[in-house]
Design a protein around this ligand. Structure first.
Ligand code: KIV
Length: 277
């Protein structure tokens, strides 16, 4: 059964935690979906974990559309949420609606996510009015890395925590169906989750949120450039992949792959003779 934004709300209402992981391609989306995850986020983190940039700033609408469409083909049940990349919504309400529309129409996602709160209330409201569900993203918002001066925990002072809570309330008022809270002290995030009716999905925000999201390369041990404190390695897929690549290289070099089992039947001798003439 396809999970909807209404299911998100029902899960929060009955106290069931919402699970979300990122995916950026068809095969991984299918694996995550088969595992029973509630939602797949096509995060603009793809700029870092898929494309090798240092941050998410250079990610384009075209990147997001093609990865979202691939994920949507693989996710039969999970709600697919696609990130709006840097400068696809900040510039105007018109751009926000138009680009959210492209992500849904061409990227086939079920909802979009954008970073920011109070300052983008009008943008969120306009996208929601266009029948496109919106997930907000507050706290440490990676597209603002240059304004923050690095990837840092947010909401540690009274003023900063109050700003995060005001952002969450603005998003809720604007019609967002959920909010991602990233790198927020756990007690602030728990208070935040209780302060709004819509679900708050945490990443580096403790156990008091209504759900959790992780970047799959982080949680499966496939990205070694940087490991945030909040990432638990649930598997060592990177090691398994390296072992597999090494075995392949060895067998090709020593001529044991491909053997008969992995080859098609040869043509008859007669045909071979004619080929050689
Ligand atoms: O881009 C992304 O993967 C995200 C998560 C870190 C929440 O926004």
């Amino acid at each position: 059964m396809k999970i909807t934004t209404a299911d998100f709300q029902n899960m929060k209402n009955r106290g069931e935690k919402i699970t979300m992981v990122t995916s950026y391609d068809y095969s991984t989306a299918k694996l995550a979906d088969n595992s029973g995850v509630d939602s797949i986020l096509v995060g603009d983190s793809l700029g870092m974990v898929m494309l090798g940039y240092d941050d998410t700033i250079s990610v384009t609408m075209e990147d997001m559309i093609s990865h979202s469409a691939a994920v949507a083909r693989g996710a039969k049940n999970a709600l697919v949420i696609c990130d709006m990349p840097f400068m696809s919504y900040q510039t105007s309400v018109y751009d926000a609606v138009s680009n959210a529309g492209r992500l849904m129409k061409e990227g086939r996602c079920g909802a979009v996510k954008l970073e920011g709160g109070v300052e983008f209330k009008e943008h969120v409201s306009a996208i929601v009015k266009a029948s496109i569900p919106v997930c907000g993203h507050i706290g440490m918002t990676p597209q603002s890395v240059n304004a923050f001066g690095g990837f840092k925990v947010q909401g540690k002072s009274v003023e900063a925590a109050r700003k995060i809570i005001a952002d969450a309330k603005a998003l809720e008022d604007a019609g967002a169906f959920a909010i991602v809270a990233e790198c927020v002290p756990p007690n602030v995030a728990e208070y935040l989750s209780k302060s709004v009716k819509i679900p708050v999905i945490g990443i580096g925000a403790g156990a008091g949120c209504d759900g959790q999201v992780l970047v799959y390369q982080d949680m499966l041990g496939m990205y070694s450039d940087f490991k945030p404190k909040f990432v638990k390695r649930f598997a060592n897929v990177g090691e398994v992949m390296e072992t597999g690549f090494k075995s392949y290289i060895k067998e090709v070099k020593d001529g044991t792959f491909p053997n008969e089992q992995y080859s098609f039947k040869g043509v008859d001798e007669e045909i071979m003779e004619q080929i050689k003439k």
